[in-house]
Design a protein around this ligand. Structure first.
Ligand code: DGJ
Length: 759
């Protein structure tokens, strides 16, 4: 709760008058600053200051400064975004760019933080509206602002109409990541239609040698990293699928070509917190300036705002790292775990889980699952998850979705006997659901055919024999919530795997007025979030995984409500090296589920040793998805050992800093990752070889992130190190001299740990 103690404070420093609007929390922050300064330490808080003379706002947090000013046209203009600037430096007032010619006018070459479409703007707008009288011109001007702790709010208004836009900036003290959003308010007396709304535009320093990194994919082939030079014109990363999708992921990173590598150089990066159709436009304008604008996809968009109503954009997060793309990833990982996921910053570590899907598919029943549970418990599994097939008339993917009652033939006494058995084996219990979907062959669809997304009188396209429930409808929202609430009330369930296995089609909502039907793009997602939020409030112990037939719904929006995500249905441990590497550019290994499954894998018919499969999965949050009924006693012994080892290192893997020492990208034969604990006293390293050739040894591994003068003891978890490797050496030795692993053959792996030696 914020105390309503508010006053204004101004002081002169370095010849500048700073006017601060002080809330109670600001006073607390000031006291902390004074104490920290007295102790001679670097303050770990965000500061936001406004200079009334120059009308310049300055946001400083961690190693980042973001500076914006109000120019003479009252536009909000970006002045700087990048590495933290000394407090001694001041910024002159924002001055609109003069423009290049009558074609390239000032409004288009001035770097606006948030520009509406109007007044001759043709670069990507943040906002576009249509009024009922046909006017589509909107020109926003600064009205006022407030500063409260780490949050800046700027209010804009159209030059003549009562359309207001509230911009929010919130700075994260420990990473310097800024959260931005915009809220458009219709204070006129007539409705208007918002045809495009972005959260804001990130403007990079002028330059024509920028490189864009982004992630692409498809089912079973998610998380491919791409790089391209940013050219004049526009690149659009997007999803028109109704959900996040995997063809592009809403994440970007930009650096200056040639001056960067994994660990060095300036990187500007961002990610959108939205699980519906979205777009991020990366534009190099005619003045060679790069602008990144992101929000819900404007394709087929239209949100009618009645008088008095408002529309809020999603959050768009942006950050800066001086430490290359590796540093950018680590900042994002830290931010996700400390600010985004439920219970952040104190989220629990991911338990080792078993999942039935690849073992039994739809053929789940009480006896079969109990047998698997007993075997899973014997190797140290902590959570047993029954996947698809337990409900309704679900014998295949042709029927049952929507009918969330326990199948009475497969589980004649309900789920209780199985859950009790799982508990008695020392594990908690999880269950698969796909709440947003319905099979035409289901009681629910027979009763409510009008509940799905559709256009009246038009065909309804199916995907995996299923249709999409229209979650934007209040009755559908209520049904889905009640079904899940009942399931959780009646059964002792610790975990839901929330699946979603198709894209939208025919996104009609005939139950509302035609001019409101496109609201479905926003209202569906808002209801999805609110259902999960309400379930979590009512059942605070329950954890949830976001799965979308693989990694199709991973973004900072859904991550606010879910404890972990499923990156891909492709569980081939070799393919996973590339998939997991791509995933970690944007998302933390601490939320990335990785199962050990059977060999040969269904994906590539490739045979991989159990050790290799374990080490691949141990780089994330470990799960087991193999058919344990086919395992031999040796397999159980190996698994027991590796699960126990994983529990020893999982704090480092799930919460530590990730260094991609050798990336499997670009056809590399090798892959090496290192995770370093927060206190830098411990590290764990995983190394993988595809195939050795012509007697070449594995490249030397140079560790990172250790304390140079600290002595670390090396311990092999699996595989072999060169006999020349010392048992104990300094951080500087491991980082500068490096070490050799002895990997030869095909699909070989090794893992080792470093631990600070205790005197
Ligand atoms: C897709 C998921 O990604 C799989 O793990 C599994 O849960 C199936 N759906 C079940 O239908």
């Amino acid at each position: 709760m914020k105390l309503a103690i508010r006053n204004y404070f101004s002081f002169v420093t370095d010849g500048l008058r700073w006017n601060l609007q002080f809330t109670f929390s600001s006073w607390v922050v000031l006291m902390v600053l004074i104490l920290v300064a007295a102790a001679g330490a670097q303050p770990n808080i965000a500061s936001i200051r406004f200079d009334t003379q120059t009308q310049v706002f300055r946001i400083d947090a961690a190693d980042m400064s973001y500076v914006l000013g109000i120019n003479e046209r009252k536009e909000v203009q970006t002045l700087y975004w990048g590495r933290r600037i000394s407090a001694k430096d001041t910024f002159v007032a924002a001055r609109p760019d003069p423009g290049l010619s009558s074609f390239d006018s000032s409004i288009n070459t001035t770097r606006q933080d948030f520009a509406a479409w109007g007044g001759g703007l043709y670069v990507e707008p943040d906002l576009k509206v249509t009024f009922p009288d046909g006017n589509r011109d909107l020109v926003l001007q600064y009205m006022s602002h407030t500063i409260a702790g780490d949050r800046l709010t700027i209010l804009l208004k159209d030059v003549s109409r009562d359309v207001y836009v509230q911009l929010e900036y919130q700075a994260d003290a420990s990473t310097g990541i800024l959260k931005r959003s915009a809220q458009v308010q219709n204070r006129t007396s007539a409705p208007l239609v918002v045809e495009q709304i972005a959260s804001g535009t990130w403007n990079l320093p002028r330059g024509n040698d920028y490189r864009l990194r982004y992630l692409t994919g498809r089912w079973a082939g998610e998380w491919n990293l791409h790089e391209q030079l940013i050219q004049p014109g526009k690149t659009i990363l997007e999803s028109r699928r109704g959900s996040t999708g995997d063809q592009n992921n809403p994440w970007f990173a930009i650096d200056q070509n040639g001056s960067n590598d994994e660990e060095r150089g300036d990187v500007w990066f961002g990610a959108l917190g939205w699980s519906g159709s979205w777009q991020i436009s990366i534009e190099q304008d005619e003045a060679q300036q790069v602008r990144v604008t992101g929000g819900p996809n404007s394709f087929d968009f239209g949100y009618r705002l009645a008088p008095g109503e408002h529309l809020e954009s999603p959050d768009f997060y942006g950050g800066y790292s001086p430490d290359g793309i590796g540093g950018a990833s680590r900042l994002l990982h830290r931010f996700e775990l400390s600010s985004i996921v439920p219970h952040a910053p104190n989220a629990k570590l991911r338990p080792v889980l078993y999942n039935s899907w690849e073992a039994t598919e739809f053929k789940v029943d009480e006896a079969g699952q109990e047998a698997l549970a007993e075997k899973a418990a014997s190797i140290g599994v902590e959570r047993f998850v029954v996947d698809d097939g337990w409900f309704g008339q679900r014998a295949s993917d042709r029927a049952g979705l929507g009918d969330w009652y326990v199948n009475p033939v497969k589980f004649p006494h309900g789920l209780k006997p199985l859950i009790d058995r799982v508990h008695s084996l020392g594990m908690d219990f999880g269950l698969w659901v796909e709440p947003e979907m319905v099979n035409p062959d289901s009681d629910l669809y027979r009763k409510h055919p009008e509940w799905v997304l559709h256009f009246t009188g038009r065909p309804r396209s199916e995907g995996r024999n299923q249709l999409m429930l229209n979650l934007a409808r209040p009755d559908v929202r209520a049904y889905v919530f009640q079904a899940l609430d009942k399931l959780l009330d009646e059964n002792d369930i610790a975990f839901l795997k929330w699946d979603y296995n198709r894209n939208w089609s025919e996104p009609g909502w005939p139950a509302v007025a035609p001019e409101d039907q496109k609201k479905v793009y926003v209202d569906y997602i808002r209801n999805l979030y609110s259902i999960i939020a309400e379930l979590r409030t009512k059942h605070p112990g329950v954890e949830i995984e976001s799965c979308s037939g693989g990694g199709s719904r991973v973004d900072l929006g859904i991550m606010r409500y879910t404890d972990e995500v499923w990156p891909s249905d492709n569980t081939d441990a070799f393919d996973r090296l590339l998939i997991q590497d791509g995933f970690t550019y944007a998302y933390a290994p601490g939320v990335m589920m990785a199962w050990v499954t059977d060999s040969p894998t269904w994906v590539n018919q490739r045979s991989l040793s159990l050790e290799y499969r374990f080490l691949s999965s141990m780089q994330g949050s470990l799960g087991i998805g193999a058919n344990l009924n086919n395992w031999k006693s040796d397999d159980f012994a190996t698994a027991q050992k590796l699960v126990a080892q994983y529990k020893q290192i999982r704090q480092i893997v799930q919460r530590g800093s990730l260094y991609r020492l050798i990336s499997p990208q670009k056809g590399s034969e090798y892959s090496v990752t290192e995770s370093v604990s927060d206190d830098r006293d411990n590290a764990v390293v995983f190394a993988f070889l595809h195939s050795s050739q012509m007697l070449y040894p594995f490249p030397r591994i140079f560790l990172r992130g250790l304390k140079p003068e600290t002595m670390y003891r090396m311990k092999v978890l699996d595989g072999k190190l060169s006999p020349d490797t010392p048992a104990v050496a300094t951080g500087s030795f491991w980082m500068q001299h490096g070490l050799d692993v002895e990997l030869r053959g095909d699909f070989q792996a090794a893992a080792f740990t470093l631990e600070k030696t205790r005197p």
